[in-house]
Every structure is written in structure tokens, then in C-alpha cells.
Write a protein that binds this ligand. Structure first.
Ligand code: ARG
Length: 406
């Protein structure tokens, strides 16, 4: 009788490579390895596919999901200016639901009984993998071999050597735990666990330090249609390519470094370092264009929804109904977000220095100006101010509550 199959989210790294053998031994299952390229900078997908087989998987699948990641995951996050705790553009939280989607698809195609991930028990990613799977395929089991097994790095290497599992050779062994994709790069562990210690330069890969950034600023013009960037400096690009190019250009000016104490869903506060040059530049530009184009009540409500939306993505609820409902709101609001933004990249900052929108700007020079072109009827202001303040005036007269203030 053939053994039940489990589809493992395979990165090609040490942990998931040894997890294949461990699950075979301890769970009596066959493993289908599934590696998903979300722009983490893998050079050779075929090599990872082969490595999965060499480590003992019965089947190994690789998916180039870079374009899908941009259109279906980065795009809605950008429309919502999604930043957890107002700082973190949700890099890992955004890629997990896409990886889950492919794990479940491969599970269906290979008749698997469940899926597995290589997360520990201390992070948010385990939640995203498992809750995501519950949402997309409530009948599938989830295995968490690393959480269950709890091996140290050295023990994993010994285990691999004893069983002849080919250990992936990395040119440099990072002292940090890294996750990355097209929307940014995350780093934790090592010296970073001391929140007082400034992050050493070797943490960073996508951004130069401000002291090494060019002396001259660079300007980029980003055009948006319905809330999404469609061109850079007049060159139309598919979203994934646009994000990639902007990430490199902004990173070269040291834009997008984030050093924060983060509230994890599992209750721990952790110190995290992020590099998100492209994401920070795009969110900065997108927000600014919204300020030009969105009616004030809508803009105000949108800001409130953005916080809620970011939190639910962080908390692994991507495939739930609230996410879908807020997306509908975000799409509706973003239909007005059309135009261009000039962003100056300089010494660690992405600063908006100009914006315009032929079709959607609610800014009106004749209304705003203090010079002779002024069309704003200042006589209307008198009655407006009287009525606006009327409730407070009546309250104050009636209660005398502010009598002791002056
Ligand atoms: N703290 C971030 C988050 O929860 C990043 C997690 C990075 N994951 C990793 N396996 N290193 O989204």
C-alpha cells in the first residue's frame, strides 16, 4: 500500500531539506516538495527542484509565482497602504497565503493528505500557513516538523550527515534568520536580539547605508492608474518588474531600512530589521496621490480600514471573508487614484516632491490660491464657522464647564 503524501513548503535550505527525511521516518509519509518563487532571488529553480528529490522527496515541484505575487498580493496590499504597526509592509505575511495556495493546489493534484511547513513554534508564519490551509482546504492536515522536532542547527547538520542528505551549500552562512521576496527582506536573530544593539552593516543586502549613498539625489516619476503603479519615468512595466526596478533604485539610495520592535501574534515582542526600498517608495507615493485625489470622508475612513486590513494580513487571515470585503472597499476607493508622483530618492529617504492628476485631482488652484484668481467665497465661511461651533457654544454656556480654564 502506498503511503499518504504530504506537500512540504520547500525552500531548499537546511531545515526543510532535513525535514523531508524526518517526516518520512517519523510520520510514515511520502513527501512532495514544493518550492514557490516569490522573488526571493533564487537563481535556479530547477536546481532547487532537483535538491528536493536528492533529499528524499518522491516528487518535487517548483512554481515561478513572481507575476502572480505582484498582481494578486502586492497590488491589494499597496492599494491599502498596508503596514503592520504603521511600519512593516508585511513582506513575509504577504507571501505566505500565496505559498499556501500553491501547496493546496499541488496537494489536490497529487492526491496528498496534507501540507507541511518548516516554521518554528515562536513565529507568525506557522499561523499563516496553517490558518491559510484551514481556509482553502479544511479537510487537509498540516504538519510542522521543525516545531515538533526542535533540532538545533548543529543537530540538523549531524542528522543530515548521518543519513547522507545533501546539505545545501551556502556561500556565506548568515548569522540571521532571513526571509525575502519581491516586497522586501526580513532579518531577525543573532545580535539583533539585543534591541539596544544597532544593526551591523552585514544585516543589509538590498540597501546601502546612508553614508555610502550617492551624494546626488535621483528623481523617479511613478504613474498610477486605479491605485496601481503602471510606469516609471514614462516606461510602462508589468507590476512585478516595476517593483523590482524601483526596489533596486531606491535601495541604492539607502531607502527602506526599518528597525522595529514588533508585536507578534503569538504574544512575543521581537526586534526585526526590514529592508523594503521598493515597498516604502511605492506606499509613500501612493499615499500622496490619494491625498490629492480622495474626497476627505473617504480618505479618512480608508486610513482606519488600512490599519485593520494590515492587522488581519499579519495575523494570517488573508483567505477569510473580512479581507475580501475590505478589498472591495479598497478597489472602490482606488478607482480615483490616477496620476503621477515625483519622488526624490536621497540619502535614505523617498520624498514626494510633486504630484499631479489630470482626471482625478480634487486640488483646485482657484480654490486654494491666495492670489487674485481666488474663487473661494470667503463670505460663506462666516456662517459656516458659526454653525460648526454652535453645539460647543451651547454646551459651554449651559454647563459653564470650562469656567475654570481661564
Ligand atoms: N516578523 C515578520 C513577520 O512575522 C517576519 C517573519 C520572517 N520569517 C522568517 N521565517 N524569518 O511577518
Amino acid at each position: 500500500m502506498s503511503k499518504p503524501r504530504i506537500v512540504l513548503a520547500y525552500s531548499g535550505g537546511l531545515d526543510t531539506s532535513v525535514a523531508i527525511q524526518w517526516m518520512k521516518e517519523h510520520k510514515g509519509v511520502d513527501i512532495v516538495a514544493c518550492a514557490v518563487d516569490v522573488g526571493q532571488g533564487v537563481d535556479d529553480l530547477e536546481e532547487i527542484r532537483q535538491r528536493g528529490l536528492d533529499c528524499g522527496a518522491v516528487e518535487s515541484v517548483v512554481v515561478d509565482a513572481k507575476a502572480e505575487y505582484a498582481t494578486d498580493f502586492i497590488a491589494p496590499a499597496l492599494k491599502a497602504n498596508a503596514m503592520y504597526m504603521g511600519k512593516y509592509p508585511l513582506v513575509s505575511a504577504l507571501s505566505r497565503p500565496l505559498i499556501v495556495k500553491h501547496l493546496v493546489r499541488v496537494a489536490r493534484e497529487t492526491g496528498a493528505a496534507g501540507v507541511a511547513h518548516g516554521c518554528t513554534g515562536k513565529g507568525n508564519d506557522q499561523v499563516r500557513f496553517e490558518v491559510g490551509t484551514m481556509c482553502l482546504a479544511p479537510d487537509l492536515d498540516t504538519l510542522a516538523p521543525i516545531r515538533e522536532w526542535g533540532l538545533s542547527r548543529e543537530a540538523s547538520i549531524d542528522y543530515a550527515n548521518e543519513r547522507g542528505i545533501p546539505i545545501p551549500i551556502k556561500s556565506k552562512d548568515s548569522p540571521y534568520s532571513i526571509d525575502e521576496n519581491a516586497w522586501g527582506r526580513t532579518a531577525e536573530c543573532g545580535i539583533l536580539e539585543d534591541p539596544w544593539a544597532a544593526p551591523p552593516e552585514d544585516v543589509f543586502e538590498r540597501t546601502v547605508s546612508v553614508k555610502d549613498a550617492p551624494e546626488d539625489p535621483e528623481e523617479v516619476v511613478i504613474a498610477f492608474k486605479a491605485g496601481l503603479p503602471v510606469s516609471l519615468d514614462g516606461r510602462e512595466l508589468p507590476l512585478n518588474e516595476l517593483v523590482q526596478e524601483l526596489d533596486a533604485r531606491a535601495g541604492a539610495h539607502g531607502v527602506g531600512r526599518i528597525d522595529m520592535i514588533e508585536d507578534r501574534l503569538v504574544g512575543i515582542k521581537s526586534r526585526e530589521i526590514y529592508e523594503c526600498p521598493g515597498a516604502i517608495t511605492l506606499i509613500t507615493a501612493h499615499r500622496d496621490l490619494e491625498d490629492l485625489c480622495l474626497e476627505q470622508e473617504l480618505a479618512d475612513h480608508k486610513r482606519a480600514e488600512e490599519g485593520r486590513y494590515s492587522q488581519l494580513i499579519y495575523n494570517g487571515l488573508w483567505w477569510g471573508p473580512l479581507k475580501k470585503a475590505i478589498d472591495a472597499f479598497m478597489d472602490e476607493a482606488n478607482q480615483y487614484v490616477n496620476g503621477e508622483v515625483r519622488v526624490q530618492l536621497y540619502k535614505g529617504s523617498a520624498t514626494v516632491v510633486g504630484r499631479r492628476s489630470a482626471d482625478s485631482a480634487l486640488y483646485d488652484y482657484d480654490m486654494a490660491t491666495y492670489d487674485e484668481a481666488d474663487q473661494f467665497d470667503q463670505n460663506l465661511a462666516e456662517g459656516f464657522v458659526k454653525l460648526w461651533g454652535l453645539p460647543l457654544k451651547m454646551w459651554s454656556a449651559k454647563t459653564g464647564a470650562n469656567g475654570d480654564q481661564v
